[in-house]
Design a binder for this molecule. Structure first.
Ligand SMILES: Cc1cc2nc3c(=O)[nH]c(=O)nc-3n(C[C@H](O)[C@H](O)[C@H](O)COP(=O)(O)O)c2cc1C
Length: 307
């Protein structure tokens, strides 16, 4: 069994899901960039309290990331430009994966992969594909803080996206999720291209390009960054709805999820799983709390007036 998805795995919102060859105890996962390689999770709770983890994006060489400040808050959410700081795939193979094997108790894990060129994605996937104990890869093809040679993320260039996926697909039978961008005017078509070239699932959405300035100039060291948090909820929901109508593989919803009501809205829009980034950064137990609340009956939409 190669673990590739055969169905959307939809079912009861609170319950377990069998997808991508793995059993997810809950449908709420910690998103890429929110919990590193799981370290903050084990400090805060038993890892099996969440549905799964997507790691920080891993690149071919170690990256130190962008100059501080790397995050700035505003009333609608957060702007970040971390710059894909990560130790590179060899350290992930030698240190992070063995640690995760020991400490995460078999939690479903997707290793997120990023890079500036298709060769870098191939290198990381080839380097890690033979290692045990993780569910699959999530290809970050939509990071606003990184781009391929023509200056756009891969997902906004269908030809580059297709060529990259053709190369990566040849290297592994493991499930491949493709993560798309919120500022994609053709996101359903992009999802179709990704599936036609081997994607087993679509994750939507990454952060939205943004910029914040104060009296003394940009609030981030890198200047521009990516917007996350509550402001992204309607954007992510619209993307998931369009993608779920366009493809038959599972869709994973991410963007602005802080409560069970937000997660329910993604599941109703067609998502099979939900991820939480900004909420997990603020509190690594956020995904576990949302999963627990999902098991409770939904609150009525408009409570009646007090009599
Ligand atoms: C500080 C920070 C770091 C992130 N790092 C990554 C990353 O390494 N790879 C990736 O695919 N997405 C990354 N993301 C994007 C999130 O996984 C998610 O797609 C986005 O933040 C929207 O979800 P949210 O509104 O729940 O934060 C990052 C987001 C934040 C806020």
């Amino acid at each position: 069994m190669d673990g590739r998805a055969s169905s959307r795995g939809r079912g009861s919102e609170a319950g377990a899901a069998r997808l991508f060859g793995a059993t997810f105890r809950h449908r709420v996962l910690a998103a890429a960039g929110s919990c590193g390689f799981g370290e903050p999770l084990v400090e805060a709770m038993a890892p099996e309290e969440i549905g799964g983890l997507v790691t920080k994006s891993v690149t071919a060489r170690p990256r130190w990331g962008n100059p501080a400040p790397r995050v700035a808050e505003f009333p609608g959410g957060m702007l970040n430009s971390v710059g894909l700081a990560n130790p590179g795939w060899e350290a992930v193979r030698d240190e992070k994966l063995p640690w995760m094997r020991r400490r995460l108790g078999g939690l479903p894990v997707f290793v997120s992969v990023a890079g500036g060129r298709a060769e870098e994605y191939v290198e990381v996937v080839v380097g890690l594909a033979g290692e045990g104990d993780f569910t699959g890869f999530e290809l970050n093809l939509s990071c606003p803080n990184d781009s391929h040679r023509s200056g756009r993320p891969f997902c906004l260039d269908h030809r580059a996206l297709a060529a990259l996926l053709d190369r990566v697909r040849l290297q592994t039978q493991r499930p491949l999720l493709v993560k798309l961008a919120p500022n994609d005017p053709e996101i359903a078509l992009t999802a179709r291209v990704a599936v036609a070239h081997g994607a087993d699932g679509i994750t939507a959405v990454n952060t939205m390009p943004g910029y914040l300035a104060g009296d003394r100039g940009p609030r981030l060291g890198a200047g521009r960054g990516g917007v996350s948090g509550p402001l992204l909820l309607p954007v992510g929901l619209a993307a998931v709805r369009q993608i779920a109508d366009a493809v038959k593989v599972p869709v994973i919803g991410v963007g602005g999820v802080l409560t069970a009501a937000d997660a329910r809205a993604y599941l109703a829009a067609g998502a099979s799983l939900v991820q939480v980034a900004t909420g997990s950064l603020a509190d690594p137990r956020c995904a576990a709390r949302i999963a627990r609340d999902l098991a409770l009956p939904a609150a009525p939409r408009t409570p009646g007036p007090a009599q």
